[in-house]
Design a binder for this molecule. Structure first.
Ligand SMILES: NC(=O)c1ccc[n+]([C@@H]2O[C@H](COP(=O)([O-])OP(=O)(O)OC[C@H]3O[C@@H](n4cnc5c(N)ncnc54)[C@H](O)[C@@H]3O)[C@@H](O)[C@H]2O)c1
Length: 437
C-alpha cells in the first residue's frame, strides 16, 4: 500500500545523476550541509573507524534500511556509515522541527541518500515522509521514537513480513516497544540502542543536558545565573539538564513522581517539591519525563508573568498546550524565533519551540562527540541484527555487552586515554569466593 503524497517539489530518483528519490526543502543548501557534516565528522572518530571497516567488509551489503531519525549533521554521518556498509538507506525525520535543511540537502545531493525531511513540515507532510520510507520496503528499521515501527504495525501490516529487525534510539521509543511486546503486538525483534550504557549515560545526560541549555539560550538569550529553573523528571535527561543549569548559576528545583529519584535529586543538592509548588516558584520550566501533561492548566494559573516553558522529552505532549491555547483565547504571537507568547490577560507565558524537544527545535541537538557513541551503537547494532536476526524473536533486546564495551574502548582510544588492566593476581582475586578478611 502506498499512501505517500509528497510536496510538488519532491524529486524522484534521477538515473545517472546519483541523485536518489527525495523531498527536501532546498538542494541548493547541499554545499553548506556538506561542510557542517564534515565538521561534525571531526568529532565522531568512533563512527569514522566503523565506517572505514564497513567500507572494507560490507556487512550490510544489499540490506534495505528505513530510518526515522532527527535529520542532523550527526545523523548524516550515520547514514554515510550504513551506506558504506553496503546498505541502501531511506531516511525521514523523527520530528517536524528537528530537521536541518542543509544536512537533508547534502544527504541527497552530496551523499546520494534518499531523504524525506523538511523543517516545519505539517502533520500530513510528516506522515507522507514516513510512508515514503515505508514504501522502500525496509528490511531493517531504525527509529527514534518508534514512529516507523508504529506506522508499519498500525497502518501497513502487509509490509511487516519483509522486516527482519529494527533498532530504537530513545527512551520513549523503547517504552512503546516494550508495551507492544507485552501486548504480543510486536512482529519483529528490535534492539534498544538507548539501553546501551555508552548511549544513555552520555547522550541522554551530557548531550541533552548541554543542548537543552543551548536551545533555551539560543531561543531567549536570558541570563540563567540566579534564575529559578524547574526540571520535571530526574531520569538520565533530567539529571543532565539540572546539573548543567546549576553550572550556569541557576537555582534548580526537581519535580518527580519516583521517590528514589526524588531522594537522589535532593542528595545531589537540588530542591525537590511538587509540580504545583514549583509552578508558583519557577522562572523557567523544562520537562524531561516522557509523560503527558506534566504542566497543565492548574500549573499555568499559578505561574508568574514572563515564565518560560520548554520541553526536552521526546513528544510535544509534556506541556498541555491545548489548555494554554484556550486560556490565551487566541492571543498568541511569535515573540521571537522559537518563542511563542501566550497572553493570558493578567500575565504572559512563553513556550519555546512549540513544546517540541527544545534542544533540536531551537538549537542543533547533541554535540557530535556524544552522538559519536550513540550512532556507533546504532551502526554496530545494525550489523549485529543483519548477522543474527534469524536467532532473534519479536521482542526488545538490549545492545550486546561486547558492542557497548567496544564503543567505550574506541572512544577512549580516540581521545588518547589509556586505562589500566587488572593484574592476573587481581583478576583471580575478584573471581574467587575463597578470600576473606
Ligand atoms: N531531547 C533529546 O534530545 C532527548 C535525548 C534523549 C532522550 N530524550 C527523551 O527524554 C525523555 C526522558 O528520557 P530519560 O532517558 O531521562 O528517561 P527516564 O525514564 O530515565 O526518566 C524519566 C523520569 O521522569 C519521571 N517522571 C515520569 N512522569 C513524571 C511526572 N508526571 N512528573 C515528574 N516526573 C515524572 C520518571 O519517574 C523518571 O525518573 C524521553 O521522552 C526520552 O525519549 C530526549
Amino acid at each position: 500500500m502506498t499512501t505517500t503524497n509528497l510536496a510538488d517539489t519532491a524529486g524522484a530518483a534521477r538515473p545517472g545523476t546519483g541523485q536518489p528519490a527525495h523531498d527536501v526543502a532546498d538542494l541548493a543548501l547541499a554545499g553548506e550541509g556538506r561542510r557542517r557534516i564534515e565538521w561534525a565528522e571531526r568529532e565522531m572518530p568512533v563512527l569514522r573507524l566503523i565506517r572505514e571497516r564497513f567500507e572494507r567488509e560490507r556487512p550490510l551489503d544489499g540490506l534495505r534500511i528505513g530510518a526515522c531519525l532527527h535529520v542532523t549533521t550527526e545523523t548524516a554521518n550515520l547514514m554515510r556509515t550504513l551506506a558504506a556498509g553496503g546498505a541502501s538507506v531511506a531516511l525521514c525525520a523523527s520530528n517536524p522541527l528537528s530537521t536541518q535543511d542543509d544536512a537533508a540537502a547534502a544527504l541527497v545531493a552530496e551523499y546520494g541518500i534518499s531523504t524525506y525531511a523538511r523543517r516545519g513540515v505539517d502533520r500530513d507532510g510528516y506522515y507522507a515522509h514516513l510512508n515514503a520510507v515505508a514504501d522502500t520496503q525496509p528490511q531493517l528499521t531504525m527509529d527514534d521514537g518508534c514512529d516507523l515501527v508504529t506506522l508499519l504495525h498500525k497502518e501497513r501490516p502487509a509490509d511487516l513480513a519483509g522486516v527482519m529487525a529494527g533498532t530504537e534510539e530513545t527512551t520513549t521509543g523503547v517504552i512503546r516497544l516494550r508495551a507492544m511486546a507485552a501486548d504480543g503486538a510486536l512482529r519483529f525483534p528490535v534492539v534498544a540502542v538507548n539501553e546501551a550504557l555508552t548511549k544513555h549515560l552520555f547522550d541522554n545526560r551530557y548531550g541533552t543536558g548541554q543542548s537543552t541549555v543551548d536551545g533555551i539560550l539560543r531561543a531567549t538569550n536570558i541570563l540563567l545565573a540566579g534564575r529559578r529553573v524547574v526540571v520535571a523528571g530526574y531520569g538520565w535527561v533530567g539529571r543532565g539538564i539540572a546539573t548543567r543549569m546549576r553550572g550556569m548559576g541557576a537555582q534548580v528545583t526537581v519535580v518527580e513522581v519516583d521517590p528514589v529519584r526524588a531522594i537522589e535529586a535532593l542528595m545531589d543538592g537540588f530542591l525537590v517539591m511538587t509540580s504545583l509548588e514549583a509552578a508558583a516558584w519557577g522562572d523557567v520550566f523544562v520537562t524531561a519525563t516522557g509523560n503527558l501533561n506534566v504542566f497543565r492548566a492548574e500549573h499555568f494559573k499559578l505561574m508568574h508573568d514572563g515564565a518560560i516553558l520548554a520541553n526536552s522529552g521526546h513528544f510535544d505532549a509534556e506541556l498541555q498546550l491545548p489548555a494554554l491555547h484556550e486560556m490565551a483565547g487566541g492571543r498568541i504571537r511569535e515573540a521571537r524565533r522559537s518563542v511563542q507568547e501566550y497572553d493570558l490577560g493578567d500575565k504572559r507565558l512563553y513556550v519555546l519551540g512549540e513544546g517540541r524537544l527544545v534542544n533540536l527545535a531551537a538549537a542543533e541537538g547533541h554535540p557530535a562527540a556524544v552522538m559519536d557513541m550513540s550512532f556507533a551503537n546504532q551502526a554496530l547494532s545494525a550489523e549485529y541484527v543483519a548477522q543474527h536476526h534469524a536467532e532473534l524473536t519479536p521482542q526488545v533486546y538490549v545492545v550486546p555487552e561486547d558492542i557497548d564495551r567496544e564503543v567505550a574502548r574506541l572512544k577512549l582510544a580516540s581521545l588518547g586515554i589509556k586505562i589500566d588492566e587488572m593484574t592476573a593476581e587481581q583478576a583471580a582475586y575478584v573471581s574467587s569466593w575463597q578470600h576473606g578478611t
